[in-house]
Design a protein around this ligand. Structure first.
Ligand code: PAF
Length: 281
């Protein structure tokens, strides 16, 4: 267990980084840290000499009416959580520190991968993610960054951005962390009532049903249908259930794909996914 240095300004960050030598690993978060985030930090430690964590609820990736204002914020608890796994540095800036000039005039178009699934429901989301990720890569000068497979589309888009813009950083994907009952860990799970949490189990159960169907030779349509039925039986409102290519996120009919789900449990929108191999018709 080691206490991380907590900094909130770019200047403090610069002097803290000056004390560190070797390969720097970065784990970007919006706080409300849970075991899923801690697993990213553990992974980053395998690839770097020092690890820093950003805690920043990024306004540019939220659309009006989304949960930017209510998103859980508790830096003290986050620092304690990071202490449990050990990281060198936490950067927890204000929005003004990250966006000192107000709205960015030069932005990133995250391309076609950002227009499907999450991008259909949240059309401005990935441009905001790419903007803050690119800024944090530049501000920190990290050598390697770890992102969770839970946000599979985000991971694919960040990888694409790094490739397309020749950004000098290595991107590592880390597996989804689940509670014992299968629920994928998410900061937004804190919004769920006890009854809703039970309903939310249908997301991982739907993925399991889809995977099982695929292993018994079901077509892509049947896999999606199986998964959807599990969600509908729990009265969970489906946003999408899709089988997509893991890189482009375009729909596929066969091969190895990401079975991706977004669904509303009460007012809370949750996402989950699993890798599924479909033989095809
Ligand atoms: O995955 C998240 O929590 C956010 O999208 C990220 C990568 C920290 C950017 O704000």
């Amino acid at each position: 267990m080691s206490t991380p240095t907590v900094v909130t300004t770019r200047e403090e960050l610069r002097s803290a980084l000056d004390q560190l030598s070797g390969r720097l690993g970065l784990v970007m978060t919006m706080g409300a840290l849970h075991e899923g985030h801690l697993s990213l930090i553990r992974e980053a430690k395998k690839h770097a000499d020092h690890v820093m964590v950003t805690v920043f609820v990024n306004p540019t990736q939220f659309a009006p009416g989304e949960d930017f204002e209510t998103y859980p914020r508790n830096l003290d608890a986050d620092v304690k959580a990071v202490e449990r796994v050990g990281a060198d540095l936490i950067f927890a800036p204000s929005p003004e520190e990250v966006y000192p000039n107000g709205d960015a005039q030069v932005t990133i178009d995250p391309g076609p991968t950002a227009k499907v699934l999450e991008g259909k429901t949240r059309p401005t989301h990935f441009a905001g993610v790419c903007l803050v990720v690119h800024k944090m890569f530049n501000i920190t000068g990290a050598d390697v960054a770890v992102f969770g497979q839970k946000d599979a589309q985000q991971l694919a888009i960040v990888r694409q951005m790094v490739r397309d813009l020749d950004m000098p950083i290595e991107i590592i994907g880390a597996p989804i962390v689940r509670a014992e009952d299968g629920l994928a860990l998410s900061s937004r799970n804190t919004y769920l009532s006890e009854a809703e949490r039970q309903q939310a189990l249908s997301l991982s159960q739907a993925l399991k049903a889809g995977k099982e169907a695929a292993s018994q030779g079901a077509t892509a349509a049947q896999v999606k249908e199986q998964a959807s039925t599990v969600l509908e039986n729990q009265n969970v409102r489906i946003d999408y259930v899709e089988l997509v290519d893991p890189v482009s996120f375009e729909s596929i009919e066969s091969g190895e794909g990401v079975l991706a789900i977004a669904a509303y449990v009460g007012d809370t929108r949750l996402i989950d996914n699993a890798i599924v191999e479909v033989q095809g018709a």
